[in-house]
Design a binder for this molecule. Structure first.
Ligand code: HEM
Ligand code: CU
Length: 671
């Protein structure tokens, strides 16, 4: 080991492995090409000022979603490689991936899909939607919001770097010891995993501080808790869960780092350690994590159900209480992930029953969505397709979850493909479908034009049919005895099912390609689908009050909220009276300015992280000092706001009133 380069040598570059080498080359070439393209078109200053350094919650939300979509492509590439291997490496054949490589792929797939697809997607929607729905101008801490995003991106960067330099963990997405200990994983793979998750974890915790503060403290006048849209409620619940659960993850990964870097033995099974301690700790975070993702997804479905049924959400309050109940119970079930540990029949029974109890509030929600649709004027738009597809898929996934919560059943199918089928069913059917619904639903608000419906429906059917083909056979295979994480399939009679699953994955792939096609086509034909009114779906919540895309400050004057459906009530009154509310007294608006602090901080965090992974200690210290210096520098800055002059506010607002007035006339004539 050298002082200057630590463990880093030329051997870290995979010259002898064609797959990572070619992938690296293609990715680097693509990044370079995009950079040149942006620069040649003169878009760089716009990108820098309006996105990269932006403190605008809407722009930050969009960046999170772009990150998630990029990582979805990466995670899916891993998935298709695994499915291909599984359908080739049967009986005598070993397929095209070595065990070392296959193990890295499922670890990277799981880690990326959860931490860098699902999380940023969900947090992206919270960013974009919550301040608008609350009728306010931004989150509580706009600069910190930018920092959070870039720390998340830094984690994603490090994970992807492991493809080019070194290796990734071969331990699965939760890096269980003793396998993840230095003795059995001496390379840098686990360190990439640990460091990337620690850095992005800081970003996630800061996000939760930001959103809990925002939702509890800054809402439009009149918006009491029980007038908040359900998506705000579920975001609040999700962020409370992050606030409580992510520090547990930080500590758990921190203890493993101590084991690996400083020869501690928390989890080593000798010297007094115990690997089951890690299991308990990581699932104390891990189970709530499921609901950190699922609750906001339920929030999206609630918004979609009400809007496209043309009715208020059925059982609003029961929805809120169900959310809070899930929030609390989700902390009391972690042991169902390792019933096989042998804690004894009584303990297993208690955790099994607690797990099943979660089904009750979740069931309440399903009925609420159904009753919202019942008797409504349902419009079968793309988001509505996802809602219905979700209910069909998720209920089955939930039921197999109830099966898994029965300890004796779990002893049979633990760590089998039955489990893999179960969690993909709830996470694709529950979370991914919601994200696609939200993407379609809020896209016009973000960019001022809608996405193409026909292509959107094609994407939905690809996900829906593709998912069922790609995962339902796994339930059977699990019963037949197929365990998860197998690089080679010993039983040739499973082959037809595995081929069917590969076919399903290809259909999902077609859906992902069609998503790109839909985006490009919609951009090209945007003139025909402009959203001039700001309210393309006849919405009910405040984000539809302002025009699309909203001005930086969202609302010229914060809306006065009366009743549960802030915008709907206002719209109906206006239609009845055939006029808008009296023109308010405009004031200059104070808005936060852009800041490079997030990118610079994340740059130093990445440098420090990389150095820690490769044991380059001088660079790690330099990185830390750099990050600290940025904080100090930022703290010394005096000016953190800029003032939008009252004339500009008034001119904009008048133009908006004119457009809204026209829209109102057309509405009152149509009813
Ligand atoms: C898009 C289609 C997807 C396909 C075809 C797919 C396929 C797979 C496959 C084949 C495995 C390995 C199964 C085994 O252990 O033998 C796997 C594992 C996993 N997947 Fe997916 N997946 C998909 C999407 C997702 C999504 C959206 C998520 C989460 C947001 C996800 C999370 C995971 C996790 C956490 C694992 C476990 C990794 C481990 O064993 O450590 N997957 N997936
Ligand atoms: Cu769980």
């Amino acid at each position: 080991m050298s002082v200057i380069f630590g463990k880093l040598t030329w051997d870290a570059i995979p010259f002898h492995e064609p797959i990572p080498l070619i992938t690296s080359a293609v990715v680097l070439a693509a990044v370079a090409a995009i950079a040149v393209w942006v620069w040649r078109n003169g878009w760089w200053p716009y990108l820098r000022d309006e996105y990269i350094t932006s403190t605008d919650h809407k722009r930050i939300g969009i960046m999170y979603i772009v990150l998630a979509l990029l990582m979805l492509v990466r995670g899916f590439a891993d998935a298709i490689m695994m499915r291909l291997q599984q359908s080739m490496a049967i009986g005598a054949s070993q397929g095209y991936l070595t065990p070392e490589h296959y193990n890295q792929i499922f670890s990277a797939h799981g880690t990326i899909m959860i931490f860098f697809v699902a999380m940023p997607f969900v947090i992206g929607f919270m960013n974009f939607v919550v301040p608008l729905q609350l009728g306010v101008r931004d989150v509580a801490f706009p600069t910190m919001n930018n920092v959070s995003f870039w720390l998340t991106a830094s984690g994603a960067l490090l994970i992807n770097l492991s493809l080019f330099i070194g290796e990734f963990a071969r331990t699965g997405w939760l890096a269980f010891p003793p396998l993840s200990e230095k003795e059995f994983s001496p390379g840098v793979g686990v360190d990439y995993y640990l460091v990337a998750l620690q850095i992005s974890g800081v970003g996630t915790v800061l996000t939760s501080v930001n959103f809990v503060t925002t939702i509890l403290k800054i809402r439009a006048p009149g918006m009491s808790y029980f007038r908040m849209p359900v998506f705000c409620w579920t975001s609040l619940a999700s962020n409370l869960l992050i606030l409580a659960a992510f520090p547990v993850l930080t500590v758990t990964l921190g203890l493993l780092m101590l084991d690996r870097y400083l020869d501690f033995h928390f989890f080593t099974n000798d010297g007094g350690g115990n690997s089951m301690l890690y299991m308990n700790l990581i699932w104390v975070w891990g189970h709530p994590e499921v609901y950190i993702l699922a609750l906001p997804a339920f929030g999206i479905y609630s918004e979609v159900a009400a809007t496209f049924s043309g009715k208020p959400l059925f059982g609003y309050r029961s929805m809120v209480f169900a959310t809070l109940a899930i929030c609390i119970i989700s902390f009391m079930v972690w042991l169902h992930h390792f019933f096989t540990m042998g804690a004894g029949a009584n303990i297993n029974a208690i955790f099994g029953i607690a797990s099943m109890v979660i089904g009750i509030p979740t069931g309440v929600k399903i009925y609420n969505w159904l009753f919202t649709m019942y008797g409504g004027r349902v419009r079968f738009t793309v988001p509505m397709h996802y809602l219905i597809g979700f209910m069909l898929t998720f209920v089955v996934g939930g039921l197999t979850g109830v099966l898994l919560a029965i300890p004796p059943v779990d002893f049979v199918v633990h760590n089998s493909l039955f489990l893999v089928a179960h969690f993909h069913q709830v996470i694709i059917g529950g979370v991914v479908f919601a994200l696609m619904a939200g993407y379609t639903y809020w896209f016009p608000k973000a960019f001022g034009f809608t996405l193409d419906e026909r292509l959107g429906k094609a994407v939905f059917w690809c996900w829906f049919i593709g998912f069922h083909l790609a995962f339902m056979p796994s339930y059977l295979l699990g019963f037949y005895g197929a365990t998860r994480r197998m690089q080679h399939i010993p039983d040739p009679s499973w082959a037809p099912w595995l081929h069917l699953e590969l076919f399903g994955a290809v259909i999902i792939g077609a859906g992902i390609v069609l998503t790109v096609v839909q985006l490009l086509y919609s951009i090209k034909t945007r003139e025909q689908r402009l959203d001039v009114t700001g309210d393309p779906w006849d919405g009910r919540t405040l984000e539809w009050l302002t025009l699309s895309p909203p001005p930086h400050y969202n609302f010229a004057v914060l809306p006065d909220v009366h009743g549960e459906e802030a915008y709907w009530t206002r719209k109906q009154t206006a239609i009845k009276m055939d006029q808008l509310i009296k023109e308010p007294d405009y004031q200059p608006i104070e808005m936060p300015v852009s800041t490079p602090v997030g990118v610079i901080c994340a740059f130093f965090a990445s440098v420090c992280g990389f150095a820690v992974i490769w044991h380059i200690w001088w660079l790690a210290i330099l990185g830390l000092i750099g990050a600290f210096a940025v904080f100090v520098w930022y703290a010394w800055q005096d000016e953190h706001e800029h003032i939008v002059p009252v004339d500009e506010v008034r001119t904009n607002a008048r133009e908006r009133r004119r457009i809204r007035m026209e829209h109102l006339h057309s509405l009152s004539q149509s009813t």
